[in-house]
Design a protein around this ligand. Structure first.
Ligand SMILES: [Zn+2]
Length: 275
């Protein structure tokens, strides 16, 4: 009887050992789908435009590009289909291959959730934008034309999103606001929300009428600020290259080839997680 109990105990231990080994073997390659996230204040904060030199954290994150999955990784327990895993692997490959020509790797690194955020299928159903006259001091009607020009520029660059700039306030998905000055060193801010699949849903774009030093801004400057903020609006984050419009503290007056190629690649890839 005692002997039988010992045998049973040994058998149990053996089973436990096998389980532990298997758990370990699969542990390193498990793929997880990120938990669904509703648009929240956190999203808004994360997407807000923060000017200033790119932090070291951002640079370090940018270097941590998704590594290719090791051979055989796809046998890991996962709630993703094999086709989905392959598609994501291909997206990571294309983003890596575009390094230098685009800064989409930096955009992904800045998200913190390895997701591509963008408007989806909005060529036939233009995004409704409420672009109204401001009441802030130094607001000029020409600022509205400057913002329209900036939208036009991104459209001409080939970003496949259309904008209805005549939407009324009630129906708008994107709202432009004007304020005299930001408390921090910035002249614009874009707050975005998106759904769990990375589809952008709403945005508030706030533009200043005075720069941080108190100088009144003119239409030309507003156009450049709007080019940068619309970059955020379409789903881009900052570039570390001073020649791009998406450099945190804009140094140029027009989109660079890299700005355009980054946006075009973003819209060539499916929104959502790439991990
Ligand atoms: Zn910015």
């Amino acid at each position: 009887m005692v002997e039988r109990r010992i045998s049973a105990l040994l058998a149990s231990l053996a089973v436990l050992l096998v389980c532990a080994v298997l758990w370990d073997a699969f542990g390193g390659v498990r793929v997880r789908r990120p938990a669904p996230r509703a648009p929240s204040a956190d999203d808004t904060a994360a997407a807000a435009h923060r000017p200033g030199p790119l932090s070291e954290t951002t640079a370090v994150q940018a270097a941590r590009l998704p590594a290719p999955a090791p051979p055989g990784a796809s046998v890991a327990p996962s709630n993703l289909s094999y086709a989905e895993l392959l598609a994501r692997s291909e997206m990571r490959r294309r983003i890596r291959a575009s390094a230098g020509l685009t800064y989409l790797n930096e955009v992904v690194a800045a998200t913190g959730d390895s997701m591509l955020h963008r408007w989806d299928d909005r060529l036939h159903r233009p995004v409704r934008v409420y672009l109204a006259t401001g009441t802030a001091a130094n607001f000029q009607p020409a600022f509205l034309g400057a913002v329209r020009d900036a939208f036009q520029r991104w459209q001409e660059a080939g970003v496949p999103v259309r904008w209805d700039l005549a939407a009324d306030s009630a129906a708008a998905e994107v709202r432009f606001k004007w304020k005299v000055q930001f408390e921090e060193e910035r002249t614009g801010q874009t707050d975005l929300t998106w759904d769990q699949d990375g589809h952008l849903q709403t945005a508030i774009v706030t533009l200043a009428t005075f720069d941080p030093k108190g100088h009144p801004l003119g239409p030309d400057e507003v156009r450049v600020i709007a080019l940068h903020e619309i970059g955020h609006l379409i789903g881009l984050d900052h570039s570390s290259d001073t020649t791009d419009i998406m450099y945190p503290v804009t140094k140029v007056r027009d989109l660079s080839l890299r700005d355009i190629q980054t946006a075009v690649l973003l819209y060539d890839l499916a929104p959502g997680s790439i991990r």
